[in-house]
Design a binder for this molecule. Structure first.
Ligand SMILES: [Zn+2]
Length: 76
């Protein structure tokens, strides 16, 4: 079970999750992903902490991203 995403703290829109491969460019983390959470209404972004799969598995990385987003919602 994943955490539920809370609405955007600025505009109330429901954000979307994007899964991005990390091996584009010169980074070389082949097979690793990161999860970004975006609001396509106001375009705000959040520092999502350990949102990649370099040091953790995919499910944990996704949960880290969602938890970081939800904490941001509470503080604003
Ligand atoms: Zn927004």
């Amino acid at each position: 079970m994943s955490e539920q995403l809370k609405p955007c703290p600025f505009c109330g829109n429901i954000p979307y999750i994007e899964k991005i491969p990390l091996w584009h460019g010169s980074h070389g983390y082949y097979g690793c992903f990161k999860f970004d959470i975006h609001c396509d209404k106001c375009g705000c972004t959040v520092n999502l902490g350990k949102n990649n799969t370099i040091y953790t598995d995919e499910k944990q990385a996704l949960n880290n991203a969602i938890n970081a987003w939800n904490r941001r919602t509470k503080t604003k």
